[in-house]
Write a protein that binds this ligand. Structure first.
Ligand SMILES: N[C@@H](CCC(=O)N[C@@H](CS)C(=O)NCC(=O)O)C(=O)O
Length: 263
């Protein structure tokens, strides 16, 4: 058996995509997932493998070749483990799936921009922008899969790509009071999102873990960066998130200390 290694950050949505795909194929345990602590400088041996880039996940083949970018790695895993297929095999259906996949970048980026925003004046515009993102997905699903809940018959490629983002966006309802309004124009994407969130192959993280680890993102510090006055990142491994209190939600009024966060 060829051993593949994935270097990843626990709770990273891009890495969860790989875990979901592998779970759907019943192969999650065959890969060696090596955890990287994002709050410490990246080790030289890893930087040598990646030729200096720091974004994860990264996949290393048994003979030391390196693949980057979650969607690229996802396709590689789909190709080397073709059964059961997660991506569509029919060319037209695959093209539809790919069109939906192409929308993930803007959707994800907008959600991260929203949670990291520190300017109360920009909140409404960011909220409207997020709603536009959901409306776009709704429109796409109404065109290609009005009945749902998934894009095709089963939880597949598009769901593996989007579910980790839907889960991360629990940080928006916690820190930004962002809810998808109960309106027709979001009904189809809501049904999709809810079916994705409930799928057994996608339960690698919980809302509590995301809300606690992403506190620093909500205060504007991403990727394990340290905020002023703090000695530990909310992404640290030095304190178990299960033991920490729920963080304060009022990100625009208050900056929690290490102690308040249980770090
Ligand atoms: N487009 C990349 C994004 C990967 C990414 O942004 N990963 C984050 C963690 S969620 C990361 O590694 N951040 C640390 C860094 O960039 O140094 C993908 O899909 O794999």
């Amino acid at each position: 058996m060829t051993q593949l290694t994935v270097y990843h950050i626990p709770v990273c949505p891009f890495s969860q995509r790989l875990e979901i795909l592998l779970s759907l194929k019943g192969r999650r345990s065959e890969l060696d997932f090596q955890v990287v602590d994002i709050t410490r400088p990246r080790a030289d041996w890893l930087l040598q493998k990646t030729r200096g880039t720091t974004a994860l996940p990264v996949l290393e083949t048994a003979d030391g070749r390196i693949l980057k970018e979650s969607l690229v790695i996802l396709q590689y895993l789909e190709d080397i483990y073709p059964e059961p297929a997660v991506a569509q095999r029919d060319p037209y259906r695959r093209a539809v799936e790919n069109m939906l996949t192409r929308l993930e970048g803007e959707f994800g980026n907008h959600g991260y921009r929203f949670v990291m925003n520190q300017d109360p004046e920009r909140r409404d515009a960011l909220r409207d922008g997020m709603l536009k993102q959901y409306a776009r997905l709704n429109d796409f699903l109404m065109e290609h899969s009005p009945a749902g809940p998934y894009l095709f018959e089963q939880f597949g490629w598009a769901e593996a790509v989007y579910t980790p983002l839907f889960m991360r966006f629990w940080f928006l309802d916690y820190y930004e009071d962002f809810e998808l309004p109960d309106e027709d124009r979001y009904a189809r994407v809501r049904a999709w999102r809810d079916a994705c969130l409930a799928h057994p192959a996608a339960q690698q993280v919980t809302r509590e873990e995301i809300v606690k680890l992403y506190y620093d993102y909500a205060k504007g510090a991403g990727n394990g960066a340290l905020l002023p006055g703090r000695t530990r990142s909310s992404f640290t491994f030095d304190s178990d998130w299960r033991e920490r209190p729920w963080p304060p939600r009022n990100k625009y009024q208050h900056s929690a200390t290490d102690e308040e966060l249980g770090l």
